[in-house]
Design a binder for this molecule. Structure first.
Ligand SMILES: *[C@@H]1O[C@H](CO)[C@@H](O)[C@H](O)[C@H]1NC(C)=O
Ligand SMILES: *[C@@H]1O[C@H](CO)[C@@H](O)[C@H](O)[C@H]1NC(C)=O
Ligand SMILES: *[C@@H]1O[C@H](CO)[C@@H](O)[C@H](O)[C@H]1NC(C)=O
Length: 373
């Protein structure tokens, strides 16, 4: 009887995570999520001498995890190796994130509440990829359903009529609040504007070649300050969507590697959620997004791009077909991200400057994160 109880309690503390609900499309594979189901990130399971590898590959989407033990021996056969030198440190990572565009809000809100929660958890939550950075558009962007600024009253040179818009109140602010709760108040935001109100510009237009008129430099600065005050008061050409495209995920990985190697302290994606056509966008500039919402079917699809960013955002040289970057995490664990664009599986040796060695199996077209002390 006692034995049974012990076994039972050991069972319920076992690291638990949800697998990818695979669906194949002509361009590739996605993981399907809905109000009832969404895959999660397996929890951390490392200790001295034991490493954990998280993997995502073209043939197996989602995050799978396995553990292994370090040794001090070199492998029997000759394999490539990745060396981690703890004495050389580069930039500090600020974080990873995406943009709270109007389209992001419209699409997320087109899902049932439980599915919305799963989508936000996927990006910001503990069982998700833990984004901690957000970009906030000041006014509208092309990923809005209309052109607007916070003062569309020509020659209102005192900004008397300045006001946040329904898009801020209905989409951006509620989502930012949710994200902030999910990150335990650790969300960092930065804001940027697409355009000044047309009447402040030389061409009096939303787009085209126009500049801020010199006489409005101060007014434009005041406009930004007003935005910050109002907003904080509330807070407290390719085919657009290629569902499941591993190639697009690979482009994200390569871009993030490049940016980090040249000293970037973070990386912020554009729209977090778009619809099946890659919108809405009022100038028909449809694009792809790591999460695509199918409002008709009340579900959303996490694409390879989503998992690609996840390997960096939850943590943490060369143009060869195997790239690696190591991050020292705030909890002092090391996270070594290894990306392979080779078309066959390989084995590589990882070797840390504290003489921990391990052979790691790397699947074809995969991104892997090795975590250890
Ligand atoms: C992400 O971080 C959480 C909390 O630190 C951890 O439980 C999880 O295993 C991590 N996932 C990855 C892929 O590093
Ligand atoms: C979205 O759902 C609709 C309705 O079930 C379905 O017809 C459509 O094929 C779905 N879109 C995708 C990309 O699966
Ligand atoms: C990480 O290591 C540094 C330097 O050894 C130490 O000061 C810090 O307290 C450690 N942090 C954690 C979370 O253990």
């Amino acid at each position: 009887m006692i034995r049974f109880v012990i076994l039972f309690s050991a069972f319920i503390t076992f690291a638990y995570s949800e697998d990818c609900d695979v669906r194949n499309f002509p361009d590739g594979t996605v993981c399907v999520c809905s109000a009832n189901y969404c895959d999660t990130v397996p929890s951390l399971d490392v200790s001295i001498g034991k490493y954990q590898v998280y993997s995502t590959s073209k043939s197996k989407l989602g995050f799978s995890s396995k553990t292994g033990l370090f040794s001090t021996q070199d492998p029997a056969q000759n394999v490539d190796n990745v060396k981690v030198d703890r004495s050389i440190k580069h930039q500090t990572i600020i974080g990873f994130g995406g943009a709270f565009t109007d389209s992001t809000g419209i699409n997320i809100q087109s899902l049932p509440t439980e599915a919305q929660d799963k989508l936000m958890e996927s990006y910001f939550g503990k069982s998700g990829i833990e984004y901690n950075l957000g970009r906030v558009p000041i006014g509208g962007t092309d990923f809005s359903t209309r052109a607007y600024s916070y003062d569309d009253f020509p020659l209102d040179t005192t900004l008397m009529k300045f006001a946040l818009q329904p898009e801020d109140l209905n989409y951006k602010i509620p989502l930012i609040r949710k994200a902030n709760i999910l990150t335990n108040n650790k969300l960092n935001l930065f804001a940027s504007a697409w355009t000044a109100p047309p009447w402040m510009k030389t061409n009096n237009d939303w787009h085209g070649i126009g500049f801020l008129q010199t006489k409005y430099y101060q007014l434009w600065a005041d406009y930004m300050i007003k935005f910050l005050k109002c907003f904080l008061a509330y807070l407290g050409v390719e085919r657009a969507v290629e569902l499941g495209s591993w190639a697009r995920g690979a482009k994200y990985i390569e871009d993030i590697f490049d940016n980090l190697q040249y000293g970037a302290g973070g990386w912020v994606d554009w729209n977090m959620a778009l619809d099946e056509t890659g919108g809405p966008n009022f100038i028909d500039n449809m694009v792809d997004s790591p999460i695509i919402v199918n409002a008709t079917q009340q579900e959303f699809y996490k694409q390879p791009m989503f998992y690609a960013i996840g390997h960096f955002s939850n943590l943490s040289e060369s143009d060869s077909d195997v790239q690696a970057l190591a991050f020292l995490r705030p909890d002092n664990l090391t996270a070594l991200v290894i990306y392979s664009s080779q078309s066959s599986d390989i084995t590589i040796q990882i070797e840390d400057s504290n003489n921990q060695k391990a052979e790691i199996y790397i699947e074809a077209n995969s991104i892997n994160t090795v975590i250890y002390e």
